[in-house]
Design a protein around this ligand. Structure first.
Ligand SMILES: Nc1nc2c(c(=O)[nH]1)N[C@H]1C(S)=C(S)[C@@H](COP(=O)(O)OP(=O)(O)OC[C@H]3O[C@@H](n4cnc5c(=O)[nH]c(N)nc54)[C@H](O)[C@@H]3O)O[C@H]1N2
Ligand SMILES: Nc1nc2c(c(=O)[nH]1)N[C@H]1C(S)=C(S)[C@@H](COP(=O)(O)OP(=O)(O)OC[C@H]3O[C@@H](n4cnc5c(=O)[nH]c(N)nc54)[C@H](O)[C@@H]3O)O[C@H]1N2
Ligand code: SF4
Ligand SMILES: [Mo]
Length: 769
């Protein structure tokens, strides 16, 4: 700690290691704090993944930590709609009674957990999941299920499990293809801007961007295919057709590692690539050039994101994009796409083929929908509340009433619940609709970790400690959920034997006695197993130094991880400073996780070993997916979309100053205060609009206002709005557009119900004062 004299005031400056919580990269940070304020934010050069890299948004984190919408005490809604502060005891007892009442009156599946984790806080998710057992329900509605479940579903079919997740080797690839992603702004790849610069500088490497807008990433690219919005399925299948029709596919790879190619090939041979190119608005020669580029590059990697995942043909897009690197053999090597490990299991595996139709408790009552990767999509939530029997909801780390589709429908549905509880660090729009608001400690005030560690061949993990004191009467999620489970009488309030063993064991190391006693207890009292996180928290965790109790469930996760990947964890141990035998490896990994404030490598594979991450019993990639081939056939006769409105809005663009719903104080933005509507200058001229003019963007679902920003990087007829706006700071009018007032929950992928956010037909009108 450094003591500085500052205008005769003595201040306590502390520098602490932590991570950025604004996007899935979770770059390592060093933050200088002064009396709980963030004075300086820099990249942490010791972080195993980001190695000192940060972007401009991290410097603004003070606006997350300290602002006037921070919640500091539990609140209860009064009949007149205002909130009154209540103690934790009162709030949790009343919530526990309310939840128990819902469970007794309406039986199982009347409760849903919504959200459960943001961009950097996934420790809490280990605790929130326990609410499902407590309420005898299967329903978790997640923001991930409004973007990535198409991808997960396809992974399930190709690789054997929906949690076989694919990472990209963009940083090492000779040929990089970005489809529907803007890494310069959105990141999503390691040290994005450095990586883009390195590719650009190297004449031997090529970058292709497939995007309807000339984005900031395009400025670093060699080739830009500016397709029409929503036509990726046509464009990518044209590329695949060109590949097989020219015999550019990698026969040896397919023979050694895949099954089902014949069915795919015969369909692709029938496609008229020229017609499809035309449909996407791209010259056939350009498609041919990129198809050849991917096939013939020594290494190629394909990275996609919301541009393909939140538009027409969502799930088919995921299939086709994966075929692109699979049939060309750009998989399983450095600089190609690869599977990877994970310590915190964020993604589940709920393959709908394993249940007898109509018999599963997992099916939602109204839409009869199975989860994908364990999650249900926000798009069906309003209906499941209105007609599917959901009576109580807990929302954690999610501002659903702004970030989930169809704000109006969801607001109406939330209004019909018996009980709505929100856990958040801030007074959000969703919190304002709740019966009880529970204030969480911020991610810089408690132990936290991210599960977004998706790297290969070396994967890492970063447990962060608190770097500033907690505000007011806030609590970490671990404590909130544990107290609630105790009040609901789902877990006992004390475990004397475990507690004793936890206490004596540090001296004996390895927690062997403790873990054996815990397992024996679970054997005797099977129901308690599902509450393992809170039990570990209350017993073992209590004795950790630095109030690190909430990290306790990482012990069994680390032990399981070491059991799953003994060779690779041991190899990582050589880099990260731990070792161990069958019994001790996982515990030793856990110890270093607890100690290492910059994060550490936890598994280290060879590329050859990566094949064992495939979960199909035959160890092969199953290329034939009947549902997808059917959809592919249907493209041939798909009529051109006819819309009732003249413009296609890509609703939810990532820009320099948006970061989901994480910052509320509009002062955090250096530019773009209104969240401008971007529009081609000639379209604007047609409506007599100039830069800065106020406009209304409207369709049958709703309307929002913004101001015009001319952008000649857009196609005619296409407009964009950013997401991450529309917050009512300190109860003000919403600042910037609440774009989900325009997104009808019924407009979504038929299979996974992920929204078509990037394809929202609208009309634009000048606001005349
Ligand atoms: N600055 C910033 N960064 C962020 C976030 C943030 O809020 N702000 N949020 C984070 C989160 S949660 C996520 S999921 C990621 C998302 O990251 P990205 O998906 O990369 O970001 P977007 O800007 O939503 O969309 C990417 C691109 O898709 C293009 N696109 C739109 N329609 C189509 C189409 O039909 N086809 C194709 N091929 N492209 C299309 C858009 O023009 C846009 O350039 O960003 C993360 N990073
Ligand atoms: N139309 C349209 N809608 C979109 C998108 C789009 O492109 N277009 N993008 C979508 C995408 S990809 C995503 S990921 C979602 C993101 O939207 P959300 O799922 O709402 O998630 P976040 O904005 O990351 O964070 C939500 C909340 O977490 C709270 N929070 C922060 N730290 C903590 C903590 O430690 N504990 C607790 N309990 N709460 C905390 C913040 O205050 C905030 O209210 O938005 C989606 N919505
Ligand atoms: S890339 Fe993402 S995690 Fe890294 S500093 Fe920027 S916003 Fe934060
Ligand atoms: Mo996201």
């Amino acid at each position: 700690m450094l003591l500085l004299r500052n205008n005769s005031r003595e201040t306590k400056m502390t520098t602490s290691k932590t991570a950025c919580i604004l996007c899935s990269r979770n770059c390592g940070l060093e933050i200088e704090t002064d009396d709980g304020r963030f004075v300086k934010v820099r990249g942490d050069v010791d972080h195993p993944d980001s190695r000192g890299y940060i972007c401009q948004k991290a410097a603004r984190l003070e606006h997350y930590q300290n602002h006037d919408d921070r919640l500091t005490q539990p609140l209860k809604r009064l009949p007149d709609g205002t909130f009154e502060p209540v103690s934790w005891g009162v709030a949790l007892s009343e919530i526990a009674d309310g939840l128990n009442r819902v469970r007794e009156t309406h039986g199982s599946n009347a409760f849903a957990l919504c959200g459960g984790a943001g961009q950097g806080n996934h420790l809490g998710a280990l605790y929130s999941q326990q609410m499902l057992t407590a309420m005898d329900t299967r329903f978790v509605y997640s923001s991930l299920a409004q973007e990535k479940t198409g991808d997960f579903w396809v992974n399930g079919r190709l690789f054997g499990k929906q949690n076989c997740h694919v990472s990209e080797g963009v940083e090492h690839a000779d040929y990089v293809v970005f489809i529907g992603t803007n890494p310069f702004q959105a990141h999503g790849i390691p040290n994005a801007r450095e990586t883009l610069r390195a590719i650009k500088k190297d004449p031997g490497r090529t970058m292709v961007v497939i995007d309807p807008r000339r984005t900031e990433t395009v400025k670093w690219a060699d080739i830009h295919l500016q397709l029409k919005p929503g036509t990726d399925a046509f464009l990518i299948s044209a590329m695949l057709a060109v590949i097989v029709q020219n015999n550019w596919h990698n026969r040896a790879f397919i023979e050694n590692h895949c099954t089902g190619f014949e069915a795919v090939e015969s369909q692709l041979r029938e496609i008229s690539a020229k017609d499809y190119a035309n449909r996407a608005g791209i010259a056939f020669e350009d498609i041919e050039r990129v198809a050849k580029g991917i096939s013939q590059a020594k290494t190629a990697s394909v990275r996609v994101d919301l541009g393909t995942q939140q538009t027409l043909h969502t799930t088919l897009n995921a299939y086709l994009e994966k075929l692109l690197y699979l049939i060309t053999g750009q998989f399983g090597r450095k600089g190609t796409n690869n599977l990877h490990t994970s310590l915190i299991p964020l993604i589940g595996n709920t393959d709908e083929r394993r249940v007898i139709k109509g018999k599963s408790l997992r099916l939602t009552k109204h839409h009869n929908m199975m989860p994908v990767a364990g999650m249900y999509p926000p798009n069906i939530l309003p209906d499941e509340i209105e007609y599917g029997g959901l009576r109580a909801i807990m929302v954690d780390s999610c501002n659903a009433l702004v970030s989930w589709p169809d704000t109006q429908a969801l607001t109406r549905a939330f209004g019909k619940l018996d009980l709505l509880v929100v856990i958040d660090v801030a007074m959000t729009e969703t919190a304002r609709a709740a019966d009880y608001i529970l204030p969480a400690a911020s991610q810089f005030e408690k132990w936290e970790a991210t599960g977004f560690n998706l790297e290969f061949p070396d994967n890492y993990f970063h447990l962060r400690g608190p770097i500033v004191p907690s505000k007011g009467n806030t609590l970490p999620e671990a404590e909130i959920y544990t107290r609630l489970l105790e009040k609901m009488a789902r877990i006992p309030t004390s475990f004397p034997l475990l507690d004793k063993l936890a206490q004596i064991e540090p001296g004996f190391s390895h927690h062997t006695l403790f873990m054996t006693a815990l397992m024996l207890m679970f054997k005797r009292r099977g129901k308690l197993r599902r509450f393992g996180a809170s039990i570990l928290y209350r017993t073992l965790g209590k004795h950790f130094s630095g109030n690190a109790a909430s990290a306790a469930p990482l012990l069994p996760l680390a032990m399981q991880f070491a059991k799953n990947y003994p060779v690779q964890v041991r190899r990582a141990g050589k880099l990260s400073g731990f070792a161990g035998n069958t019994l001790t490896l996982g515990v030793n990994l856990f110890r270093v996780i607890m100690k290492e404030r910059s994060g550490l490598i936890i598994s280290s594979h060879t590329y050859e070993e990566g094949w064992s991450l495939i979960k199909n019993q035959d160890g092969r990639i199953h290329l034939e997916i009947a549902e997808m081939l059917e959809e592919l056939t249907a493209l041939k006769t798909e009529p051109l979309p006819v819309e009732d409105y003249p413009f296609i809005l890509m609703a939810g663009e990532r820009r320099s100053y948006n970061a989901n719903q994480i910052f509320r104080d509009p002062k955090w933005r250096k530019i773009d205060p209104h969240g401008a509507l971007r529009m081609h200058p000639r379209d604007a001229a047609g409506l007599s609009l100039e830069n800065g003019d106020a406009v209304t963007c409207r369709n049958a679902t709703g309307e929002v206002e913004s101001v015009v920003e001319l952008d000649n990087g857009l196609l005619r007829g296409v407009v964009t709005l950013p997401h991450g706006y529309g917050m009512s700071y300190k109860g003000s009018d919403p600042v910037g557009p609440q774009i989900n007032r325009l997104t009808d929950s019924a407009r979504c992928d038929p299979l996974t119900k992920t929204p078509y956010h990037k394809y929202v037909p609208v009309q634009i009108e000048k606001v005349v004062n």
